[in-house]
Every structure is written in structure tokens, then in C-alpha cells.
Design a protein around this ligand. Structure first.
Ligand SMILES: C[S@@+](CC[C@H](N)C(=O)[O-])C[C@H]1O[C@@H](n2cnc3c(N)ncnc32)[C@H](O)[C@@H]1O
Length: 197
């Protein structure tokens, strides 16, 4: 199988990585939800070598993630755990951070709720949940390219769509996680960070 490749991962990893570096300098472990190709895992594990990076995704993506992991030869990134946030049993580990990129607009809302519940359960006290992707604020999606993307998502699957910041923040609060940072990222994305209490 040809190794999967995501141009978006190559483009956003440095901006995301600079926030991870700043906030995770004392952390030891990160659990990633929806690792996709595995590119983020490899890059972040390589650039933040003090972290143990746990990957996960639905079974279909494991071959590609394993290809990236094996090729990297890194020892601080773990092979993927099978995790559909709504269907599978979550691991019973405790981590310092949970990271998920470009997943909340792909998952149906009930699955996003499962993701927040599961992320909070994995986090140690003061642990951080990082959620990257396009967001809408006050019911408004900007700019036009994100509105076009949202239309495309909804045509593909009406359950998908760019999520409202307030809805995500409420969900986080319901799981005992409180907003720490909302970072503007290149290409009209955000990196939201909540802290578990
Ligand atoms: C657009 S891709 C993003 C992949 C990667 N995180 C990235 O930034 O390139 C969306 C990812 O969400 C995962 N995903 C979608 N629904 C999911 C669910 N219910 N449980 C777990 N992962 C899910 C997909 O398998 C896929 O890996």
C-alpha cells in the first residue's frame, strides 16, 4: 500500500507544534484521537522527544499509521489503538494531554460528545485537551473558504459540519475542562486548549 499523505498535516504541524512545545514542556504523555495518516504523531514525537505519543483511530487507518511509524523508527510513538470514539472501549490510561486534529467537523455531534467525554476521562488533573480545526463563532463561519468547506462537508454527510465554539466550550465545561487558550492558526483554523480540573 502506498503510504498515505496529508498536505494539511505538513502545512499545519509547525504552527500546532509551537503551541504544543510551549504548553507541554513538562508533560510526559499525549493521546491522539483520529491520528489519520500518522504524520502528526511522527512529527510531534520527533520534535517533542520528551513525550510518549499514543496514536489511535478507526481500524481502517491503522495500516497507514503503522507505515509512518515503522519508517520513522521512533521509540516514543505507540502503534495505533483501535478507537472509534462512539463505539469502542476507551483505554484505561491516564495522560497529560489529549490531541485531536480535524476531527470535530468530521464526526457527527453525538460522536463529538463522546470524544470530549473520553478525552476528559483520560486526562490527569491539570491535563490539557488540544482540538485543532476550523471553528465558527457566534453562529458565523468566516471566511468564504470555510463556508464553502462547510457546504462541502454537509453535502458529503449532513451530520458533518464546522462546529460552533460555544457548543464545544459548553461541552468541555460539562466534562470539567475549562478554556485555557484559543489560538488562531494559519489557513483559518483554530487550536483550542482546555484544562481539566
Ligand atoms: C480529516 S481526518 C484528520 C486526520 C488527522 N488527525 C489529521 O489532522 O490529518 C479525520 C479523522 O477523524 C477520524 N474519525 C472520524 N470519526 C471518528 C470516530 N467516530 N472515532 C474516531 N475517529 C474518527 C477519521 O478516521 C480520520 O482519521
Amino acid at each position: 500500500m502506498v503510504k498515505p499523505f496529508s498536505a494539511a498535516c505538513e502545512n499545519n504541524r509547525e504552527a500546532i507544534g509551537s503551541v504544543l512545545k510551549k504548553l507541554l514542556f513538562k508533560a510526559k504523555s499525549v493521546f491522539e484521537i483520529g491520528s489519520g495518516t500518522g504524520q502528526h504523531a511522527v512529527w510531534f514525537a520527533e520534535n517533542l522527544p520528551h513525550l510518549q505519543w499514543y496514536t489511535s483511530d478507526r481500524r481502517d487507518n491503522h495500516t497507514g499509521i503503522n507505515q509512518w511509524l515503522e519508517e520513522s523508527g521512533l521509540e516514543n510513538v505507540q502503534p495505533p489503538i483501535t478507537l472509534d470514539v462512539a463505539k469502542d472501549i476507551w483505554p484505561t490510561i491516564t495522560v497529560d494531554a489529549v490531541f485531536s486534529s480535524n476531527t470535530a467537523h468530521i464526526m457527527a455531534w453525538p460522536d463529538v460528545q463522546c470524544m470530549f467525554r473520553g478525552a476528559s476521562a483520560l486526562l490527569a488533573a491539570d491535563g490539557l485537551f488540544f482540538l485543532y480545526g476550523p471553528m465558527q463563532y457566534g453562529g458565523v463561519i468566516t471566511p468564504q473558504s470555510n463556508r464553502d468547506f462547510n457546504d462541502h462537508l454537509k453535502k458529503t454527510n449532513p451530520a458533518q459540519g464546522i462546529r460552533e465554539f460555544d457548543d464545544l466550550d459548553q461541552l468541555a465545561k460539562s466534562q470539567n475542562m475549562y478554556l485555557l487558550e484559543d489560538n488562531a492558526m494559519p489557513a483559518n483554523n483554530q487550536l483550542l486548549v482546555w484544562k481539566k480540573q
